[in-house]
Design a protein. Sequence first.
Length: 133
Amino acid sequence: MSEEKRLVLDANILLRAIFGVRVRSLLETYEDSVSFYTPDVSFSDARKYIPVVSATRQFDSAAGLLVLDRLAHLVEIVDQSLYEGYESPARERMRSRDIADWPIVATSLLLDCPIWTEDQDFFGSGVALMRSA
């Protein structure tokens, strides 16, 4: 019996899936063999930054929001009530980095799985990481 493969995505990976091709393609390719998760705040952050990034890339922000909505079918959004029990150890791991990223680390601790990120702040946090190739 094989072990379930899981990954926690941070907000920058969600944004790469919206504005790029490679990450979205990876999510679609592996949706049947990997379970993807993200804390609710990452989805909220992505929604907040879509108009900003869209403006700089001359991209239709409405189209970006539609892609984000479609991503909700590929990525399970984890409610804060599920990961908040890991807030203290997550904050401790991120104290010398970007403390605002604690929900991503807490979700990783909850699910005991790596974080898919391109954010250097997670390196050295003691959580397994995956980067886009």
